[in-house]
Design a binder for this molecule. Structure first.
Ligand code: PBG
Length: 320
């Protein structure tokens, strides 16, 4: 027999020699939830092992993360319920929840902070932008609010901003306002290819951000579409996005693989709350081996992602 692929599988040394894909802790971004209050570490019911932290608890948590090799976090703010309004104005308040969290973290650490830029956690109706009288999310009126939100995060000390709202033109609006204010070197990681997905369910419980009426299908992408992802990614690159993200990750690896040869920018994939919940609960019940988590993240890398946003970041980093 001439071809025996098993020759390269005989032992771990030869297998590692020919391994095509690897995962480093520096490629992981850990998403975290910040709440109002003091001394709070509250487990998120739909995401066992994930917590909402109050600002004062963050420095200690960040120190632990850095000790296990995590150098990247993504912050989500959960404002007090009385701070919700029609246009989500607490999203860009200088003393808003995310802005205070950034300042507190940066006093103790230089961990790289990316912020999720969106209005849904801050609006009374739970949509990602301003509503017209008929309930339609008004694209163009929302752009300035998103840009203002991004700017306030950067002014508070954020290292990178990540718009997740799916309004058309928001990358250009954010880039223009950051540049105008001198932040020419602050990168934008765009949630360029974000599907209207059922996999965000646990997140919406975590962040209390479910839309009060309707759904997000008039701005997030239709999951029947793959070709459209190429257009969305190309538009965001043209508007100045530095990193392109696909979200969710595991059910959308075809999209990651499809974009990889086209996009000359780094590609990120977000393993979202529903993916976390499914894997973690199956592991917790002993239905599958915990190594399924590493395997799943290798699959995301193999499909072509350079960066993975994942709630499993600490667990992966500990084992790498
Ligand atoms: C905000 C936002 C969402 C997620 C990230 N940013 C929720 C949504 O679009 O409804 C989802 C993250 C996750 O499910 O882990 N727009």
């Amino acid at each position: 027999m001439i071809n025996r692929p098993r020759r390269l599988r005989v032992n771990e040394k030869i297998r590692s020699l020919v391994r095509e894909t690897s995962l480093q802790p520096e490629q992981l971004i850990y998403p975290m939830f910040v709440v109002e209050g003091r001394d709070i570490k509250q487990e998120i019911m739909a995401m066992p092992g994930q917590y909402r932290y109050s600002v004062d608890r963050l420095p200690a948590v960040i120190r632990e993360l850095e000790n296990i090799g995590i150098s990247q976090i993504m912050l989500f703010g959960i404002p007090a319920s009385e701070d919700h309004d029609e246009c989500g104005s607490s999203a860009w308040a200088a003393d808003g929840i995310v802005q205070r969290a950034i300042a507190e973290i940066k006093q103790h650490s230089d961990i790289f902070i990316t912020t999720d830029v969106c209005l849904c956690e801050y609006t009374s109706h739970g949509h990602c932008g301003m509503l017209d009288a008929d309930g339609y999310v008004n694209n163009d009126k929302t752009l300035q609010l998103l840009a203002q939100t991004a700017l306030s995060h950067v002014q508070a000390g954020a290292d990178m901003v990540a718009p997740s709202d799916m309004m058309d033109g928001r990358v250009a609006a954010i880039r223009a306002l950051l540049d105008e204010n001198g932040y020419i070197n602050t990168p934008i990681m765009s949630y360029a290819v974000k599907y209207a997905s059922n996999f965000y369910g646990p997140f919406r419980e975590a962040a209390n951000s479910a839309p009060q009426h309707g759904d997000r299908k008039a701005y997030q992408m239709d999951y029947h579409n793959g070709r459209e992802a190429e257009m969305e990614a190309a538009l965001d690159v043209a508007e100045g996005a530095d990193i392109i993200m696909v979200k969710p990750a595991l059910p959308y690896l075809d999209v990651v693989a499809r974009l990889r040869p086209q996009i000359k920018r780094p590609l990120a994939a977000y393993c979202v709350s529903g993916e976390y919940a499914m894997l973690q609960m199956a592991v917790n019940r002993g239905l599958v081996q915990p190594d399924i988590i590493y395997e799943s993240h290798i699959a995301i890398k193999r499909a072509g992602a350079d960066i993975i946003l994942t709630y499993f970041a600490p667990e992966l980093a500990k084992n790498l």
